[in-house]
Design a protein around this ligand. Structure first.
Ligand SMILES: [Zn+2]
Ligand SMILES: [Zn+2]
Length: 90
């Protein structure tokens, strides 16, 4: 996602921010982390819906090339993979 917006921070410096499709500035969604994010969580939460949590590089887990999970969803995803695997394994 291209970064084209700038905002001024309290300290007087301005920063470039990546924008999401909704036009909101996107910072990493992890509490306490104020890093710019250019990754969205791809965990499927419903019909044609993904979590879309904004994540910085550090807080995104790439589970497939080009696909990412937030940390919470990655844990859930791993648990699902395990149970799927058990089910398949007769
Ligand atoms: Zn982060
Ligand atoms: Zn997520």
């Amino acid at each position: 996602m291209p970064c084209f917006s700038q905002i001024f921070l309290d300290s007087g410096v301005y920063k470039f921010h990546c924008t999401q499709t909704n036009g909101m500035y996107s910072l990493c969604n992890v509490r306490g982390c104020m890093k710019d994010s250019n990754i969205l969580c791809d965990y499927i939460v419903g019909k044609n819906q993904t979590c879309d949590k904004a994540l910085c590089k550090k807080h995104a887990v790439e589970f497939k090339r080009g696909f990412h999970h937030c940390l919470d969803h990655h844990k859930m995803w791993l648990a699902e993979q395990k149970s799927n695997w058990r089910r398949k394994k007769h």
